[in-house]
Ligand binder design. Structure first.
Ligand SMILES: *Cc1c(COP(=O)(O)O)cnc(C)c1O
Length: 487
């Protein structure tokens, strides 16, 4: 029975027995460390058994299980079935691999339970520090600002909202996008990530507002085609407002010629946004940094800490060249959020730079990771991953049973197994089957994509645990499975 009377002097939600809670907490921490330390000994991935899924789908508990019961349930039902991205042979999509230190930072952040929407407290200073670090690394001016968000998808929404607000030719905050005198359009290469189109959908422009610029043989945006498309859109009465250049495409790791694109967008008065989700961080590796030259001219940059910097999920960042553009787009403070003295100080508040009011302390795990390992070591791991990708390409090239499907520009290798005499469709199915079996058997977890219509085994290495032997093991397994599974 519910009582509407309440019971004001009932105990809080804190443990009734702190010593016992400590024991459970220490045991859980040890188990977490055991899992991390031994991750390479287990399978990369295993399916969630139906019985476990059914148990997880149980109704909301009316009465709690207590700390011990909850910890046991979590370790039995959840911990054994991870994504796999902490394993050295996780090569799917673009996933960072996390760190042991990042786990500690998450625990500390949870203890502090900071709300980083604003006000005056330590967490706000940490986030400002992190923003300043990356503003300087990317060569943006002092006037730049930004904030931490869930990831590059959200960072792109925030950045393009600022671009739309500045260039729509109408007060879109008050009147909405319908008040824009001409339809707004933006440009990205045909290899751009799906989050760009999604952002334009959310901003009320529609996905057709994203014009896909053709790429060259290295899968990079063709600046000549971009210039021609801008001219054609203007002639047709549309209003080009933004160009999205990609540093590190998700399919092949290609980086658009950002400098050339910057010249065009500056000449045309467009907002240059760089999607540098993982590839923007090439800037941290001296031998790769030149690939992203021109990024310092961007009006905004979106990138992730949870990919190539291995900060635990989730943590991304948006940087905007002119911080005022974020204020103009998002600032709005009703009376109950008035700034003031003491705890109500700490201006500017992050809630005025983006769409969210309550915000977690993502900056702590970023600060922690950089402070623990240092920029040089993290940059070296990025360069090492690219060396592993080259190692993989070097193993594939002489194998008559394997074929490279795209140049290896960075950390991504797209290839496939060949089976002489097999038609294109069954060959695609064979390669998809190889990937499925690699995952099901827990050997490795690449993903798939299509390159020029052909199904590719796609190996992305944003993984600080991968060693050369893991690459050899993968190639051997693909070759063996190609023989075994061939129809
Ligand atoms: C992963 C990725 C995104 C999306 O980033 P999230 O952090 O998943 O939101 C965008 N662009 C590229 C190139 C990516 O690799």
């Amino acid at each position: 029975m519910h009582s509407s009377k309440g019971n004001a002097d009932a105990p809080s939600l804190d443990p009734a027995d702190w010593p016992q809670f400590r024991q459970i907490a220490h045991r859980l921490l040890d188990n977490c460390l055991d899992r991390l330390q031994g991750v390479a000994d287990g399978p990369v991935w295993r399916p969630v058994p139906e019985s476990v899924a059914a148990e997880l789908a149980s109704p909301i508990p009316r009465l709690g299980l207590g700390t011990e019961g909850t910890a046991r349930a979590a370790e039995r039902l959840i911990a054994p079935y991870p994504t796999g991205n902490t394993h050295p042979r996780f090569f799917g999509w673009v996933h960072g691999s996390g760190t042991a230190g990042g786990m500690l930072a998450e625990m500390l952040a949870a203890q502090l339970n900071a709300n980083v929407g604003g006000r005056e407290h330590g967490a706000v200073h940490v986030e400002r520090t992190v923003i300043g670090w990356f503003r300087d690394l990317f060569g943006l001016p002092e006037a730049a600002g930004g904030l931490l968000v869930s990831g590059t998808s959200m960072a792109t929404v925030v950045a393009l909202a600022a671009a739309r607000n500045r260039l729509a030719g109408a007060d879109v905050r008050k009147l909405g996008i319908a008040a824009a005198p001409r339809p707004l359009v933006a440009y990205a290469s045909s290899e751009a990530h799906g989050s760009a189109a999604k952002a334009l959908e959310l901003l009320g422009l529609g996905r057709d507002a994203l014009r896909l610029v053709p790429v060259d043989t290295g899968f990079r945006m063709r600046p000549d085609a971009l210039a021609a498309m801008i001219t054609a859109d203007r002639t047709a009465g549309r209003a080009p407002f933004a160009v999205i250049a990609t540093a590190g495409t998700v399919n092949t790791g290609a980086t658009d010629p950002i400098g050339e694109i910057a010249s065009i967008s500056s000449r045309e008065g467009l907002w240059l946004h760089v999607d540098g989700a993982f590839g923007g961080l090439q800037i941290l590796a001296p031998e790769l940094a030149a690939n992203v030259s021109g990024i310092e001219q961007a009006d905004s940059i979106a990138f992730d800490f949870h990919k190539w910097l291995h900060v635990p999920y989730d943590a991304g960042c948006v940087l905007v060249r002119d911080r005022q553009a974020l204020f103009d787009t998002f600032a709005s403070r009703p009376v109950y959020l008035s700034g003031g003295e003491a705890l109500a100080g700490g201006e500017p508040w992050f809630c005025d730079l983006g769409p969210e009011l309550s915000r977690g302390f993502r900056a702590l795990k970023v600060w922690w990771t950089l402070t623990e390992h240092g920029l040089d070591r993290l940059g070296q791991k990025i360069a090492d991953n690219c060396a592993l990708a080259r190692q993989l390409a070097t193993r594939i090239e002489p194998e008559s049973g394997l074929e490279l499907l795209a140049p290896v520009a960075l950390n991504i290798v797209c290839f496939r197994a060949l089976a002489p005499g097999l038609d294109p469709a069954p060959l695609d199915r064979l390669n998809a089957h190889i990937v499925t079996e690699l995952q099901l058997r827990g050997i490795a977890a690449p993903s798939t994509t299509r390159i020029a219509g052909r199904l590719a085994i796609r190996v992305n290495i944003t993984n600080h645990r991968t060693q050369p032997a893991d690459i050899d093991l993968l190639v051997d397994a693909v070759l063996a499975l190609a023989k075994e599974l061939r129809p």
